[in-house]
Design a protein around this ligand. Structure first.
Ligand code: ADE
Length: 254
């Protein structure tokens, strides 16, 4: 899959391409990446990419001509790729979107700076507007890295078999189960015994329970949007009975 980033700070991406799973995916040609300087498409001696907003006010706006030229050049080189504008006004990015985008041939990610990009860029040249959260960054570059990272790890064979994406948090709508490694006893906290038992069915049952209960405690909102299977509903019912028993013994007199 192709990832082309359009930015006025292409060097920001050098360390990102150079480490870990992204680096390996590039080396193995599972992904082909480039960061293109929008300034190269700006005319004039100073190659200016921003200008004052019509109507007045503070801040600068990214000029449409260099951006349009950069986007057209990138789409010309990558037929079938979709264009993404990173903006706090976009659709909230999540795992389902990461999976959906990973099925495309390529992405061209447009990073805004300053107050944003000229509105007319969005009309014909942008397929998706994506936000990575309800906060405002100084530019779209970090957001583009977040999107590329999450999308790339969904591409078949980018992750090694040992950390396959199907087991990730959110892949079935739940958070992932708790993880432990050696030592067995860390500062008095022991690894759950079942994980040492070698009993695979019991370990799978424990992991499912851990996953359901962590989701209930840390992100109860996620449980509102998914349909649990029978095993998962039984886990919740069991914990509800346990909690009701505790509550009955503690608060029945009040
Ligand atoms: N650019 C600035 N803030 C952003 C955000 N929250 N998400 C995506 N792009 C942005």
């Amino acid at each position: 899959m192709y990832f082309t980033v359009l930015t006025i700070f292409p060097e920001m991406f050098d360390p990102f391409w150079n480490y870990g799973i992204i680096r390996r995916a590039i080396d193995q040609q599972k992904i082909i990446t480039s960061a293109v300087n929008i300034r190269d498409y700006a005319g004039g001696r100073h190659q200016v990419t921003d200008d004052r907003p019509y109507g007045g006010g503070s801040g600068m706006v990214m000029k449409p001509e260099p951006l349009a030229a950069a986007i057209r050049d990138a789409t010309g080189q990558q037929t079938g790729a979709k264009t993404v504008l990173l903006t706090p006004q976009g659709r909230m990015f999540n795992q389902a979107m990461a999976r959906e985008l990973a099925s495309l041939g390529g992405l061209i990610l447009v990073c805004g700076r300053y107050e944003g990009v000229d509105e007319r860029i969005c009309h014909d040249l942008i397929d998706y507007e994506i936000s990575i959260g309800d906060f405002v960054l100084t530019g779209g570059e970090l957001a583009a890295m977040v999107v590329i990272d999450a999308v790339a790890r969904q591409i078949p064979d980018v992750l090694g078999g040992e950390d396959a994406a199907e087991k990730d948090s959110f892949s079935d709508g739940l958070l992932e189960h708790a993880h432990y490694t050696r030592p067995e006893n860390f500062e008095g906290h022991k690894v759950p015994r079942v994980l040492l038992s070698g009993h695979h069915r019991e370990i799978e049952k424990w992991r499912m329970e851990s996953s359901v209960m962590r989701t209930l405690l840390k992100r109860p909102d996620l449980l509102q949007n998914i349909e649990l299977n029978t095993e998962q509903r039984e886990i919740l019912a069991k914990w509800r009975r346990a909690i009701e028993n505790i509550l009955d013994s503690q608060v029945s007199e009040i």
